[in-house]
Design a protein around this ligand. Structure first.
Ligand code: C2E
Ligand code: SIN
Ligand code: SIN
Ligand code: FE
Length: 390
């Protein structure tokens, strides 16, 4: 016989009978929620945290997909026979998960023979609890708790579950907000990079190729002596920040940027300001969005990609390892791609001529170690142009 009870979630008795171990576990869980870095695995962390604090046999987190009118399982622990991409329609009349969300009720299904008529996630479990997660804007998902033993979820235990779910609704809201912020941040940054490119119809895959080259070169640097700063994060960051090196070209007048022939000295002086315009733009972004690695590196590459190893570049005449590594990498990737591409002012060069010119400038214009490493694997270089043609 199934014993099914539903009740409104309301103020439940809190803090009764909490052993010191569990209080400590709860404390640790809350601390983790607060300082958790937010990414795809965040939901699994939340679910695992709850599972550890509660010591139940299985649990799962479902979030509302409003467009599809479905509950989507985003994390679970202890459910070996539940598919990882489980979706439950809100119109599924028999579903206790859909019902719990729709009615904003807590649903408790206790049955020794696997749920009776109620649709629980797995017949292995004798005691099941489904709670709606309610944020300021209404229900956002449900949390599912399960135990092999009937009688696990007594009122005291339900109080504990309710506390955890309250806690979670705050952190889910944070995960959502941070996700939105980082999406809009990426959109703004990509938009800025594209803005600079859109005025030059020949540039095409230039940005993609440069990002790819910068990523390949930094992958080869990782683990070499003297390149401790090339971490996994550095590689991820440079493969996006590379697109920002020329954002400052938005500030250069068309008459100079699009000039079919050679620039006069005065025009080239104006052109050189694209390094400062770009780094100023990104500094502004850093003030409004915060000090994110991608923006910080964007400042470095915008400012430093035309500096020369021997100190005779612009805008500052920075020299050697005083030029940030990301900028020294970009200097090579930028010139390699500029030479092998058509520009309004030049034809495309062959790889052989380009390699010869860049090798010839190793130690004057370019960091000589980086030049050697850049030309270590030509197949990889050629593949980048195949994958991202103009
Ligand atoms: P860009 O077209 O993206 O070129 C980037 C860098 O590639 C150049 O930085 C330069 O180091 C290298 N590069 C490009 N073409 C040649 C070349 O024919 N020979 C050699 N040895 N290196 C080359 P640079 O010189 O600081 O120029 C920065 C930007 O100024 C260029 O970006 C381009 O937008 C503009 N620019 C430079 N020279 C001319 C020009 O003669 N005419 C026009 N219209 N624009 C120019
Ligand atoms: C740069 O110009 O590449 C930044 C280093 C500096 O000059 O401070
Ligand atoms: C230049 O200053 O002429 C270009 C230097 C560079 O692309 O690194
Ligand atoms: Fe540039």
């Amino acid at each position: 016989m199934a014993y099914v009870s539903t009740m409104k979630t309301g103020p439940l008795k809190k803090g009764t009978g909490l052993g010191i171990d569990r209080l400590q576990a709860l404390q640790a869980f809350n601390a983790r929620l607060v300082c958790m870095t937010v990414n795809e695995s965040s939901y699994d962390e939340v679910v695992t945290g709850v599972w550890k604090v509660l010591g139940c046999d299985a649990c799962a987190l479902f979030l509302l997909d409003e467009g599809a009118k479905e509950l989507v399982m985003v994390g679970s622990v202890g459910y070996p026979d539940v598919s990882a991409d489980l979706r439950i329609s809100l119109d599924d009349v028999g579903s206790i998960h859909a019902q719990s969300l729709n009615e904003e009720y807590l649903i408790h299904v206790e049955d020794l023979n696997g749920g009776g008529g109620a649709k629980i996630l797995s017949p292995r479990f004798a005691d099941n609890l489904v709670m709606p997660i309610i944020s300021n804007s209404g229900p956002v998902g449900v949390f599912d708790f399960a135990s092999f033993d009937a009688g696990t979820f007594d009122p005291q235990e339900i109080g504990m579950c309710s506390m955890l779910v309250d806690q979670m609704s705050y952190s889910l809201e944070n995960i959502r907000l941070v996700g939105e912020l980082s999406q809009s941040r990426d959109a703004v940054i990509r938009g800025m990079a594209l803005l600079a490119e859109i005025r030059d119809p020949h540039i095409g895959g230039h940005l993609n190729r440069i990002c790819e080259h910068a990523n390949l070169l930094s992958e080869r640097l990782a683990g070499r002596p003297g390149y401790q700063e090339v971490t996994h994060e550095f590689m991820q960051t440079i493969s996006r920040a590379a697109a920002l090196h020329d954002v400052g070209k938005v500030g250069i007048p068309d008459s100079i940027l699009m000039k079919p022939g050679k620039l006069s000295e005065a025009e080239f002086e104006v052109m050189k300001t694209h390094t400062l315009v770009g780094s100023d733009l990104l500094e502004g972004l850093r003030h409004s969005f915060g000090d994110f690695p991608m923006i910080a590196m964007g400042v470095d590459v915008a400012m430093g990609h035309h500096e020369w190893w021997d100190g005779s570049g612009y805008p500052r005449g920075a020299k050697g390892r005083k030029i940030p590594l990301a900028a020294r990498i970009l200097a090579i990737c930028d010139v390699y791609d500029a030479l092998t591409s058509i520009r309004v002012y030049k034809e495309a060069w062959t790889h052989a001529d380009t390699e010869k010119t860049i090798r010839g400038a190793a130690g004057s214009q370019f960091d000589p170690d980086l030049v050697d490493i850049f030309f270590e694997d030509l197949e990889e270089l050629f593949k980048v142009r195949e994958n991202f043609p103009d």
